[in-house]
Structures are given as C-alpha cells and as structure tokens.
Design a protein around this ligand. Sequence first.
Ligand SMILES: *Cc1c(COP(=O)(O)O)cnc(C)c1O
Length: 462
Amino acid sequence: MRYISTRGTAPALTFEDTMLTGLARDGGLYVPETIPQLDHAAIAAMEGQSYEDIAYAVMRPFVGDTFTDAEFRGCIDRAYAGFGHAARAPLVQLDQGHFLLELFHGPTLAFKDFAMQLIGQLFQTALARRGDKVTIVGATSGDTGSAAMEAFRGLDNVDVFILYPHGRVSEVQRRQMTTPSERNVHALALEGDFDDCQARLKDMFNDFEFRDGVRLAGVNSINWARVLAQVVYYFSAAVALGAPQRKISFTVPTGNFGDIFAGYIAKRMGLPIDRLVVATNQNDILHRCLSGQGYHKGETIPSISPSMDIQVSSNFERALFDAYDRDGGAVAQLMDELKAGGFEVSQGAMQALEEHFSSGRVSEDQTAAQISTTLIASAELLCPHSAVGVHVADEQRQAGTPMVTLATAHPAKFPDAVEAATGIRPPLPSRMADLYDRPERLTRVPNDLPALKAHIIAHRAT
Ligand SMILES: *Cc1c(COP(=O)(O)O)cnc(C)c1O
C-alpha cells in the first residue's frame, strides 16, 4: 500500500512514512493510491463483533507491512482500553430512523480521541523500532490539542507543541491542554484565530530546514492515520443498523472535513452509505461551496460550536483531488487561487461532489434551540456541535433510510453553551472531576513564524 500527494509531485510513501510525515513536501495531503475494498460478506461478518475487531478488519489493508498483525492488533486494543464505554462508539436512538453515534467516551470527551489514542500507540511502536524521535506540532480549535497531549504525554521519543487560539477555546478544552504535568507536552496560546494557528503550522512544514532539523511530525487531520482511524465507526454504526443489507446516511458536524472524509472513504471501501451530510455552523464555507457558490474564504466568526469555527477546511483538498479525477496539478492550482481568496469548482467536479455529499448550515439561535428541543423530545443533552448535526439531519433525512448523526463531543466540554440553552450545567464524568483544581501551564506566543520556531527549538527535550 502506497500513499500519494494530492498535489502530484511529492514522492509516494509507505503507511509508516505517511504517518510520521503529515504534510507532503509539495504542500499536498497524502491519500492511498488505491482504496482497499471490503465485499458484502466481509462487511456482513462484522455483525456482532467488538469495536476492536471491526477496527482491525477495516484498517489492516491500509497499513501494509508497517506493522505485523500482532503489533497492529495490540495498538488497537491499547488505544481503546481507556474509553469510558464498553461499546466505544455506542448508538442512541433519537427518533424513528434517527440515531446519535456517541463519539465522546474517550479520555478527552471528543471524537478526536478515536484517532489520537491510536496514533499515540502507532507512533510509539514505530519510533521505538526505528530508534527515532520526533517533534509533533499541532494546531487546534480545542479538541485535537487536548486529545494529542493526552495520547502522547510522558512518551520519551516525542515532544508535543500545541498551538491554540488564545481566548477562543472553552475552559474545559483549555484546562485539558494546560494541566498535563509531563514535560514533553506544551500548550502555546497564539494571538490569533484557529486559521492563523493552522497557517503557521503549514508554514513550519513548508520550512524544510526547520522541518528536518526538529524532525517535525503532524497529528492534525492532514495526517492520513487520523482519517483512517475515523473510518471504523462508520462501519460499526452502519452494521449495527442493518448494513450491508440496507443503506445508511450520516450527518457530520464539520470543520476541517476530516471526520466526514472518513465517511467518504468508508463508502469508497464498499460500505453502503446513501448520503454524507455536511453540517456547518455560521462559518459555512463548505455549505456555500457544496451549494454551488465556489470556495471563498470569509472572516471566521466565533460561535458556540468553536471546534467548527474554520474557514479553510484542510481535508476538503482530499475530496477535491478525487472530484478532479486525481489531477494533482489541478488541485495545486486551486490551492494557489485559495491563497488569493478562493476559487470556483468546475462543473464536473461539482457533480462528483454532489454524488456523495449534501450540506446544511445552522445559525447560533437554531443551535441553542436544538439543544433544548432534543432534550425535551428525546431526553438527550447534546453538545453544541452535535446539535448543529442533529438540526441539519432532521431537515435532510429521508423515510426508509436510517440517519446517523455523529455526536462529536460530550456536553460537559461546552457547559456554558449547554447551560444557556437548557438551564442545565452538565457535570464532567467522575474520572476527570478534578480538572478545575489542577494547576495550569501555558505560554502566550505571537502569530509570528520566527518566534514560534525559536520557542520550539529552545523547549524541546528530545
Ligand atoms: C474537530 C471537531 C469537529 C470538526 O471535525 P472535522 O474533522 O474538523 O470536520 C466537530 N465537533 C467537534 C466537537 C470537534 O472536536
């Protein structure tokens, strides 16, 4: 199994190098050269299997000979052992034909744990074998950073630096990043918004001297291994609801397009998915694009679903690569136009996108109202991101096809928004109830590449 860049000129890599590299050297993102197929019988065989069994069956063909069967299985088992739910990704019914996929039972209460816990195990196994060390730098709108620090804290072959937008993450998110005491994890509060954090991270990857000097690795959803780990729960959910005998649709609260792109990969592997519905908040570049209005950057407006406050969705590049028949030159040109503000999607590519994806946009008021409506109608307390998803799913679901909305975070991660909508302040699960008492450690940093590079070089332990 080899991986190629969406911009067509970086060298093809193995799974191991793809995972340890992150961004391709031509600025593109790695995707598998071919998509492994699971046939009807292989999917039917997943019925009644554990999450870990399904994870192994879905991901094994992508990994090639990077890991032995036993190594890979061990990584999967250790990754999910610390989850607070035996099913890992349980389904809850909201209404006739509408289900919620709870992805928030991991250690930091958001779906990011599914990929990050696994990547922690995979990095550790690969780096120990190579006798190698890396510096991980990540950009976060809140949940990726906490999940990464939780997954990598205390490992001696990895330093982790997380850039988050100062003042724009929830208190729980911030504390999850600033309270780990291990010296190899560092929270950096950047003067700017999430798109600034993501842009500075890309700058670091494109600065080859720095990149090679610190052995830079990335764990943002530009990292293929993250996307791969998220493919699994589309299978586990669909099979629980009757796949492969029937089609299932999914609605996904979307920011960087990583989670929903994993659903697209599941579909390409053979899972009978009908619609993949993109749900956005008021930062709606993806909804505008999928409605035929081109892909044009706007100002990021802070919302009550901050993990989706994104105007440049990095993984959308992977979808465009397929929509443009895997023409890396065409994608590179679109990304150049994006630097200048945006681009129009060709008619053929639009048709290719519309074959799989639908979209909807939810206002702040609608999001808050949905949290309250769902609590009354279905006795479920949603986080604001999940509420965006449920709202769009209710508008778009069709009789006869079960709809699964991904619940991307636990309500206790966003207690202010949930309390404002319902009057109920959701408590943290008991295993992290002391979060508000732990001492915090963070560094304020400017939105400036040279200063960031200098800080990272000076504070690496490895
Ligand atoms: C990261 C995140 C999202 C957006 O996921 P993408 O993969 O970036 O589309 C949505 N909700 C929550 C709670 C998140 O943490």
